[in-house]
Design a protein around this ligand. Structure first.
Ligand code: TXD
Length: 321
């Protein structure tokens, strides 16, 4: 068995970091595709010239030719415009759907047996479109949102409680938009509920809820917070890292339970839509959706998020995609 072939479509900010992370972790050989001439070639050359220093030995190829993704095991799609300050992810719909259409057609043609991880925004719509055009099995088209949103939530909890982020578990479900649903009830530090620790810290239940709500709100707006600071684009280090966790789970058949944007067939009361839920990720892609009981409040929030995702998909279909 040779090394995995991992192709990245879109060699911009996220694509570049992804290529470097795959190389550093030796997850496979990398093909970095972009429509901008010479840029992906320049980035891969730059990355590979650090291989002696970083001690990795995989092949990295930059290209403007889809033929180079032939036979990929994994394809990661980052192609599409990022947000500018003041824009919502949904404002990117028309432009990025056009791009996704071409990308999906070419992945279908050149890498028909790959597992695809979609990163481009608006995420839930782009995953749906990619699945529709390629006709790939549902478990082999996965969107990245939850791993990043959950990591953001965990970061804020760690800061607030003064503990290492390594010991914080937190999960965000639903769509990758302002309606995403951080699951407060199960946020914990090594198993101890974060809410309990907050109540101990503030000795006041109301204050503890206020602080938690602020972290939930910050999580939902975390992408926008970075966009506002960067001014010229959106987050790229953390989205790349989040996708790497998914790639690793697939390459090493880890069966990790990660919150990912997965196709639902009745789970959580949703049928025929891509929504962020916990799923087991292994060599076959999404191998299982993990259902658990939501309390009424969480169910209402998830339903609200699903409604937003459906709205986005309907808008996309109205635009002719
Ligand atoms: O967690 C998440 N899912 C995300 C998603 C978190 C942050 C940002 N996320 C979205 O990823 C963002 O809103 C964008 O839609 C994508 C890519 O973000 P990035 O920051 O990498 O954008 P860049 O730097 O503009 O890179 C996009 C590249 C750029 O090099 C273009 O030339 C290329 O996409 N591009 C194309 N590649 C291939 N094919 C076509 N048609 C094409 N059009 C543009």
């Amino acid at each position: 068995m040779g090394r995995k072939k991992i192709s990245i479509i879109g060699g911009g900010q996220i694509g570049g970091v992804l290529a470097q992370l795959i190389a550093l972790r030796q997850l496979g050989d990398v093909v970095l595709f972009d429509i901008v001439e010479d840029m992906p070639q320049g980035k891969t050359l730059d990355i590979v010239e650090a291989s002696r220093i970083d001690g990795f030995d995989v092949s990295l190829k930059g290209t403007n030719d889809y033929k180079d993704i032939n036979g990929s095991d994994i394809v990661i799609v980052t192609a599409g415009l990022p947000r500018k300050p003041g824009m919502s992810r949904d404002d990117l719909l028309t432009t990025n759907a056009k791009i996704m259409q071409t990308v999906a057609e070419n992945v279908k043609k050149h890498a028909a047996n790959s597992i695809a991880i979609i990163i481009s925004n608006p995420l839930d719509a782009m995953v749906t479109l990619f699945k529709k055009i390629t006709g790939f099995p549902a478990g082999k088209v996965i969107g990245q949102a939850g791993v990043l949103d959950s990591s953001r939530f965990a970061t804020f909890i760690a800061w607030e409680l003064g503990v290492s982020v390594k010991d914080v578990n937190a999960m965000v479900l639903g769509g990758h938009g302002d309606t995403m649903v951080p699951i407060v009830r199960y946020a914990n530090v090594n198993g101890i509920p974060a809410m309990e620790l907050l109540e101990k810290k503030y000795k006041d239940k109301e204050k503890a809820s206020e602080v938690m709500n602020a972290m939930v709100e910050r999580t939902k707006m975390a992408g926008g917070e970075v966009v506002k600071l960067l001014k010229t684009g959106s987050a790229f280090y953390s989205p790349a890292s989040a996708s790497i966790a998914m790639v690793e789970a697939i390459v090493y058949d880890e069966k990790r339970m990660l919150p990912v944007c997965a196709y639902l067939n009745g789970e959580f009361g949703v049928k025929g839509y891509y929504v962020g839920v916990p799923a087991v990720l292994g060599a076959a892609g999404v191998e299982k959706i993990i259902e658990f009981d939501l309390i009424a409040e969480e169910k209402a929030l998830l339903d609200n998020s699903v409604t937003a995702v459906k709205g986005l998909v309907v808008d996309m279909e109205r635009l002719g995609f």
